[in-house]
Design a protein around this ligand. Structure first.
Ligand code: ZN
Ligand code: FE
Length: 257
């Protein structure tokens, strides 16, 4: 199976997974990049569309793609989709050409946000996490609470370290700059920033990224580390426990320029 990031809008990725005959896409906010790819691969049929949450930059292409391909749509049980969809929630699973996907509820960015984890045969697992986990960052809390987002990220962080994290946005460089403000002496962040700077200079995606790398660079997966918690406390003295520290870290990022 091949994994491809189709760029869309200013900084979205529509993830596409395909065999020699079938394709699956995740969060098609725009149908055009997907239809262009399908036109270039006439032997490949789009049969499944996964949706992580209801925002338009993840769902805007659904109607046109379904009209063109009759693909099945699978989306969150707790959110409204613009097209009929099979609904999924925590503990559900489904098969796609021998690849088993597990569904995780990951509320925070939106209340019904879900993520998809699966392990293609003889390959590292993939995680389609929408706007919950970004490389070196996490989604904004539009609907959920800091406690919900922390819990969601904890569960994603516990997945196997070789998981390829497929985020829906290319926010890595600005996230890494914030990560360095939180942990100026973390060598993993410094190394990843220089790697990703080179990738972006060549217009290459910084994704997917290994989950084990995220554990070393992502302040939102590291908010209980002594150094991170101390930096947050210095920035905001109201950070006194796990949840208030996470909340203060998220607010610090919101205000960071
Ligand atoms: Zn979103
Ligand atoms: Fe988004």
């Amino acid at each position: 199976m091949k994994l491809i990031a189709l760029p869309a809008f200013a900084d979205n990725y529509i993830w596409l997974l395909h065999t020699h005959s079938h394709a699956l896409v995740v969060d098609p906010g725009d149908s055009a990049p997907v239809l262009a790819w399908l036109q270039q691969h006439p032997g490949v049929k789009l049969d499944t569309i996964l949706v992580t949450h209801h925002h338009a930059d993840h769902t805007g292409g659904l109607a046109e793609l379904v009209a063109h391909t009759q693909a099945r749509v699978m989306g969150p049980a707790l959110e409204t989709m613009p097209v009929p969809a099979q609904t999924l929630q925590q503990g559900d699973g489904f098969d796609w050409h021998g690849l088993r996907f597990d569904v995780h509820d990951v509320p925070g960015h939106t209340l019904g946000h879900i993520a998809f984890w699966g392990q293609p045969p003889d390959q590292d697992p993939v995680l389609f996490c929408g706007d919950t986990l970004f490389s070196a960052g996490c989604g904004r809390l539009f609907e959920g609470t800091p406690a919900q987002m922390l819990d969601s990220l904890d569960r994603l962080a516990a997945l196997p370290g070789n998981t390829r994290v497929c985020c829906a946005h290319e926010y890595t460089l600005s996230n890494l700059k914030f990560a360095l403000a939180v942990e100026p002496h973390n060598p993993a962040i410094q190394a990843h920033l220089s790697l990703c700077t080179r990738l972006r200079e060549h217009a290459q995606p910084t994704l997917p990224v290994a989950l084990q790398t995220e554990r070393t660079i992502n302040p939102f997966l590291r908010s209980r580390q002594a150094g991170v918690a101390a930096a947050v406390q210095q920035h905001d003295p109201r950070a006194v426990d796990d949840v208030s520290t996470f909340a203060a870290l998220r607010q610090w990022k919101n205000d960071f320029r």
